[in-house]
Design a protein around this ligand. Structure first.
Ligand code: ARG
Length: 459
């Protein structure tokens, strides 16, 4: 056997520059445990089908176990010349168990092997992410419960719009992360398909039992088309796009935390343990954690675009370009996992300035819609009411007052329908609690939403 497992038809040694250029070991070594587990299942299947003997299988399996332990203990030697994790393990197996190692690659190719490893890896990571998102959702629910009586301005166009409960605002993020979990569950279905046995691209002449391999590796499905099996990276693209959407949510939340912690808003204070200082300005406490989440979101989008671009013009089936799928994948898994973890830890520690939030709701005519709605209940068509209140707002603004600070006499100049009871309607708590339409911010609605969410998290 020549130095390289594929070296038979070559008469020249690979150039060193080429070796380091084509090598992916620094990245794909992360797949080692899946590669070994997949190889063990493959051996078992080969033996069951009498393609290799039971003795051969057990010696291969034993050798693979030894290599796994070496890798776990950091005792394994890596070498660029051996390209990737698959060849590293195979060539180490040759040293460990001798010639029989050459039988491991019967009826498979690295093309289906790498597809298998990546799917096994991504299945685990997706499950972990779904799990961590569940913890984050719990934290959001507790936060919402604790702030069921905290009122802040809701914004549109970043202009104060109408008062909402802080609990309601945070439950909006709960909904987003719930959709993310559902999307990741959807990804799992497409990840969970077993490609091994597709070999290079056309299947194999050996009497393999792919369903058996799938059973051993806990895959509910076997891929149906060998060409598709080795050229498909949709399951990674889908994961990366789901991760991108999820990061949009983290980024938007981060943006709000950054704004809210500025002195301009003063709504929250980040815990000292989650903020950093400035090297020059002693007074500063910077929101670096949310800022980095916002920044890393860009990297995650880039990773999605990278893989889409890598795949877009590839002819079927496997092309070496596809080796470049792992860096964006691993990077995205790392970023997303870190963001979920850090937000889950940070949210319960946010210091909320309830007074500042409440104060902000009393300035900026947040009760204008409610005054218009009042006029509608008195019989005025909504468009007319809108115009009438608009004029009142203009008047109040020119007199440096809020709507509820105008006298009844002043109000009556805009409509005789405005009576004393309008002042009650203009109170913040009233505004909140009268918004009882399903999904609205009324306290009782939000309480019910939290209760419902808690129930669904438990199941
Ligand atoms: N390192 C390769 C990858 O990650 C494994 C498959 C190589 N296949 C090949 N025919 N060279 O894609």
């Amino acid at each position: 056997m020549s130095e390289k497992p594929w070296g038979g038809r070559f008469s020249e040694k690979t150039d060193r520059v080429v070796e380091s250029f084509t090598s992916s070991i620094n990245i794909d070594k992360r797949l080692y445990s899946y590669d070994i587990e997949g190889s063990i299942a493959h051996c078992r299947m080969l033996a069951k089908q009498s393609i290799i003997t039971e003795e051969e299988a057990s010696s291969l399996i034993q050798g693979l176990g030894t290599i796994k332990r070496e890798l776990e203990r950091g005792k394994f030697h890596f070498d660029d010349g051996l390209e990737d994790i698959h060849m590293h393990i195979e060539s180490r197996l040759l040293q460990e168990v001798g010639k029989v190692a050459q039988k491991l690659h019967t009826a498979r190719s690295r093309n289906d092997q790498v597809a298998l490893d990546t799917r096994m890896y991504l299945k685990d990571e997706t499950l972990n992410i779904i799990d961590s998102l569940a913890k984050l959702k719990k934290v959001l629910l507790v936060f919402a419960e604790n702030h069921i009586d905290t009122i802040l301005p809701g914004y549109t166009h970043l202009q104060r719009a109408q008062p909402v409960l802080l609990a309601h605002h945070m439950m909006a993020y709960y909904e987003m992360f719930l959709r993310d979990s559902e999307r990741f569950k959807g990804c799992l279905k497409r990840i969970n398909v077993m490609p091994l046995g597709s070999a290079a691209l056309a299947g194999t002449t050996y009497p393999i039992d792919r369903a058996y391999t799938a059973k051993l590796l806990d895959f509910p499905e076997v891929s149906r088309n060998s060409i598709d099996s080795v050229s498909d990276r949709d399951f990674i693209i889908e994961f990366l796009s789901t991760a991108s959407i999820c990061m949009v949510h983290f980024s938007r939340m981060s943006e709000e935390l950054i704004l809210w912690s500025s002195s301009e808003f003063g709504f929250i204070e980040l815990p000292d343990s989650f903020a950093t200082g400035s090297s020059i300005m002693p007074q500063k406490k910077n929101p670096d954690v949310p800022e980095l989440i916002r920044g890393k979101t860009g990297i995650v989008f880039g990773n999605l675009i990278a893989l889409l671009s890598i795949m877009k013009s590839l002819p079927l089936a496997y092309n070496r370009d596809m080796q470049e799928d792992k860096r964006p994948l691993f990077d995205t898994v790392d970023i997303l996992t870190a963001c979920i973890t850090i937000c889950t830890a940070m949210i319960p520690k946010l210091k909320i300035n309830k007074e500042a939030m409440q104060m902000a709701t009393s300035k900026g005519f947040l009760n204008a819609t409610d005054m218009a709605d009042y006029l509608v209940t008195k019989g005025m068509p909504f468009r007319q009411a809108h115009d009438c209140v608009g004029k009142a707002v203009n008047f109040a603004q020119n007199n440096n007052k809020e709507l509820h600070e105008l006298t009844l006499k002043e109000l009556k100049t805009f409509s005789s329908l405005l009576k004393k009871d309008v002042f009650n309607i203009l109170k913040t708590e009233q505004m909140i609690n009268r918004r009882k339409s399903f999904g609205g911010t009324a306290r009782e609605n939000v309480m019910a939403a939290i209760k419902e969410a808690k129930k669904s998290l438990e199941t």
